[in-house]
Structure formats: structure tokens, C-alpha cells
Design a protein around this ligand. Structure first.
Ligand SMILES: NC(=O)c1ccc[n+]([C@@H]2O[C@H](COP(=O)([O-])OP(=O)(O)OC[C@H]3O[C@@H](n4cnc5c(N)ncnc54)[C@H](OP(=O)(O)O)[C@@H]3O)[C@@H](O)[C@H]2O)c1
Length: 240
């Protein structure tokens, strides 16, 4: 079986665990990030969406020349910051956040859809979402906006894929709280910027944060069970 996994943000955290999971299962893995240096890693900054689109197009066009039995793409890369009330943020950091979390995510997903549009194999595109897509947090307005926006983006794309000749199944997956650098960044926030900080410190102290490898395994399981196109899945529902 020739199976291909394409993952953004593969250098650390959940993305690195997803890469390991698929590699260990015998898939060819291609990962995009700024700092990943392993085999299969491609350097790209989603904060520069136009440049990123060119890198993605070139890399994915080569991969699309091959025939595959299955393709899974996971839009995982994101940044949390800037954390803190919007009123204190300048336009440059606002736009930089939107570039990575909104434009970068959309460019990644569209590049995959476009490159593999003619492939008739089983194809799944996953957007790694967050509880922040569904509820507001004081100090996370940009992160919440991006996660909510991309969930709706995925739902629209799912409708469009349903009537295409060789559709991707397109889904949102909310991974729950994971013990990664992003959680360390949350715990390191200033209380004035992020009043919920203590609760997240408690999640770490109480051992509630999930291991990235365990979450990656559940995400791969959700994908392997052929989720509904346009559906939203919570890792927590599978972890019990
Ligand atoms: N951790 C949690 O509790 C949690 C909860 C809910 C949702 N999530 C979501 O799960 C996903 C993974 O989070 P994580 O906790 O693993 O985060 P993380 O440890 O901070 O890792 C983020 C990944 O995204 C990549 N990335 C960030 N900015 C990038 C850019 N400009 N261009 C390319 N790649 C970029 C990073 O690679 P480089 O720095 O090498 O570029 C890194 O590989 C994210 O979508 C996050 O929103 C996480």
C-alpha cells in the first residue's frame, strides 16, 4: 500500500507526534514547518502565505505525480499569540497572527485539495481545531477567531467536495488539551492578559493534559474510521 500523510507543523507538539504515528505505520510522511529538520521535513513559514503557497505547490506537485492508495492531510500548525486584550494589540501583530492561523491554514488546505484533485484514491483532509472555536476566552480573541473561522471554512469546503469528481472527506477535529509547547506558553501567560491561566496550570498539575502520541493515535483512528464529510470530532469522545 502506498499511503501519504501531509502534515503542517510537524516539527514539535502534536504535529511531530502525528508524523511519528504515520511513519511508524508505514506511511510516507511530508511535514511542513519553519524548524523541522528531519527526513520528510520541508521548510515553510505559514506566516508568509504567498511564499508558503509556492513551496506547497512545488512540493505537492511532485508527490501528486505518483499514484497513492490513500492520502491524509492534516492542517495542524498554529500559533497561540498574541495573548491579551485586543485593545492592546497593534495591527502588525494582529495581521501576523491572522496570516499564520487563518491565511496560512487556508493556503495549506487549498494547496492539498488542488494538488490531489484528480486522484481517485481515498482522501481525507483534517483541520486541527480547538475548543476555542466554540467558546470565547478573555485574551485569545485572535486565536478564537481563527479557530472558529477555519471550522466554518472546512464545513463550506466539505459541501463543495461532496459534488466534486474525486472528493476529499474534509473534517474538523478538536484534540483536547495536550502536553505541548503551546500549553507551556498558556501557563506562562500574564494573568492580566489571560485570566484563565490558573485553570490551565491546574490541568498540568492534575495530569489532565494528554500525551501528544496518544492524541495522534486517536486522530489517526478517527481518520481510519472514515469520518463523515463536514463532521466535527472531539478526541475526548474517543479517549474514554
Ligand atoms: N496543545 C493544546 O492543548 C491544544 C489544544 C487545542 C488545540 N490545539 C491545536 O493543536 C495544534 C497543534 O498544537 P501544539 O500544541 O502541538 O502546538 P505547538 O507545540 O506550539 O506546535 C505548533 C506547530 O506549528 C508550527 N508552526 C507555528 N507557526 C508556524 C508558521 N508560521 N509556519 C509553519 N509552521 C508553524 C510549529 O513549527 P515551527 O515553529 O517549526 O514553524 C509547530 O510544529 C494547533 O492547531 C493548536 O491550535 C492544541
Amino acid at each position: 500500500m502506498d499511503r501519504l500523510a501531509i502534515i503542517s507543523g510537524g516539527s514539535r507538539g502534536l504535529g511531530a507526534a502525528l508524523c511519528s504515528h504515520y511513519r511508524d505505520a508505514g506511511w510516507q510522511v511530508v511535514a511542513f514547518s519553519r524548524s523541522g529538520r528531519g527526513g520528510g521535513d520541508v521548510a515553510l513559514d505559514l506566516g508568509r502565505p504567498e511564499q508558503a503557497a509556492r513551496v506547497l505547490a512545488g512540493t505537492l506537485a511532485l508527490l501528486a505525480e505518483q499514484s497513492w492508495d490513500e492520502v491524509v492531510a492534516i492542517s495542524n500548525a498554529a500559533q497561540l499569540g498574541p495573548v491579551g486584550p485586543l485593545a492592546g494589540k497593534g495591527n502588525a501583530e494582529i495581521l501576523a497572527s491572522l496570516d499564520v492561523n487563518v491565511a496560512g491554514g487556508i493556503v495549506f488546505m487549498n494547496s492539498v485539495l488542488r494538488a490531489f484533485a484528480a486522484h481517485a484514491c481515498d482522501k481525507t483532509l483534517v483541520n486541527i481545531s480547538s475548543g476555542a472555536a466554540q467558546r470565547p476566552f478573555h485574551g485569545w480573541s485572535l486565536y478564537c477567531a481563527a479557530k472558529a473561522g477555519l471550522e466554518r471554512f472546512v464545513e463550506c469546503v466539505a459541501l463543495e467536495q461532496a459534488s466534486s469528481d474525486h472528493p476529499f472527506r474534509v473534517v474538523n477535529i478538536s484534540p483536547g488539551v495536550i502536553d505541548t509547547g503551546m500549553q507551556a506558553e498558556i501557563r506562562g501567560s500574564d494573568d492580566r492578559d489571560f485570566p484563565d491561566r490558573e485553570r490551565f496550570v491546574g490541568l498540568k498539575e492534575d495530569g489532565v493534559l494528554q500525551a501528544p502520541a496518544a492524541v495522534a493515535g486517536i486522530i489517526a483512528r478517527i481518520v481510519s474510521e472514515r469520518p463523515d464529510n463536514g463532521g466535527r470530532y472531539e478526541v475526548a469522545d474517543y479517549a474514554r
